[in-house]
Write a protein that binds this ligand. Structure first.
Ligand SMILES: NC(=O)c1ccc[n+]([C@@H]2O[C@H](COP(=O)([O-])OP(=O)(O)OC[C@H]3O[C@@H](n4cnc5c(N)ncnc54)[C@H](O)[C@@H]3O)[C@@H](O)[C@H]2O)c1
Length: 255
């Protein structure tokens, strides 16, 4: 595939977990993947893996909390590649904090990354996408944002619910300009986030949870990556403003 034909895809939080799997999936599709993360070694390893598999990728150390860094990233990618075709806004944190300990700072940190981080990058990439009348955004919500309540994660649930509203508003505002905006609400996916004893289920409870998932297993990063690839593709050309639940049947299961 010639360089002109490659889509230019920016993925945040792409050093590990769902983001890394998504970067590799887009790399395998023949896209040029801009792998970004605050985890430098992990991000560079993802670029190496994509390159080793015959794909095309580059790494940027990028913190979604910075507006200046966001604008600089978008300007740099557009200057060198001419455009941005796809944004996968995946970076996120889920810190366990009891309501009694949920300070303004802790609330703001989660919102700054999980919700405002998406807004910042879309705001920066939107003018170019609209000018070319072409673009797709995929944002990561969670089942904790669309259906479940999560104790000691009120800030996370609220931010992930906010992603649903963000997706809807952006979708309508940019629909006539040829830019589509959709989201994914993953269930229990086997990543560092889920396996954190401190902040989420931890390994033992994750295995226990798997028993309650109708499909009988936890999800993988690849399970989410393939849906992100679909949402970003022309196969989803008439879809915008939607958040797809990808959870192995967890929400519709009855126990
Ligand atoms: N794992 C799950 O079960 C699950 C379920 C629902 C939603 N999600 C969401 O999917 C996304 C990916 O989750 P994951 O499970 O792969 O998590 P993870 O913890 O494995 O990876 C998160 C990534 O985000 C990056 N990140 C964190 N703060 C950042 C910042 N300020 N700037 C840039 N990057 C930053 C991390 O460095 C890491 O690479 C998150 O938004 C998460 O909330 C995950």
């Amino acid at each position: 595939m010639s360089n002109q034909k490659k889509r230019i895809v920016i993925i945040t939080g792409a050093g590990i977990g769902i983001g890394a799997a998504t970067a590799k999936a887009f790399g395998a599709l023949g896209d040029h993947v801009v792998v970004t993360d605050i985890l430098e070694a992990e991000g560079r390893a993802v670029v190496e893996a994509i390159s080793a598999a015959g794909g095309s990728a580059e790494f940027h150390r990028y913190d979604v909390r910075s507006t200046a860094a966001t604008d600089a990233l978008v300007a740099d990618v557009e200057a060198r590649h001419g455009r941005i075709d796809v944004v996968v806004a995946n970076a996120g944190i889920a810190h366990r904090t009891k309501l009694a300990d949920l300070t303004d700072e802790k609330w703001d940190l989660t919102f700054d990354i999980d919700l405002k981080g998406i807004f910042r990058l879309v705001r920066a990439a939107a003018p170019g996408m609209r000018a070319r009348r072409s673009g797709a955004v995929v944002a990561l919500s969670s089942i904790m944002g669309v259906a479940y309540g999560w104790d000691e994660h009120v800030h996370y649930s609220a931010a992930k619910s906010g992603v649903v509203g963000l997706v809807r508003g952006l979708a309508v505002e940019m629909a006539r300009d040829g830019v589509r905006v959709n989201g994914i609400a993953p269930g229990y996916i086997r990543t560092a986030q889920l396996l954190s004893e401190e902040n989420s289920l931890g390994p033992a409870a994750a295995e226990k949870a798997a028993e309650f998932i109708p499909m009988g297993r936890l999800g993988t990063g690849e399970d989410i990556a393939d849906v992100a690839a679909f949402l970003a593709s022309d196969s989803a050309r008439y879809m915008t403003g939607q958040v797809l639940v990808v959870d192995g049947g967890l929400l519709v299961g009855r126990y």
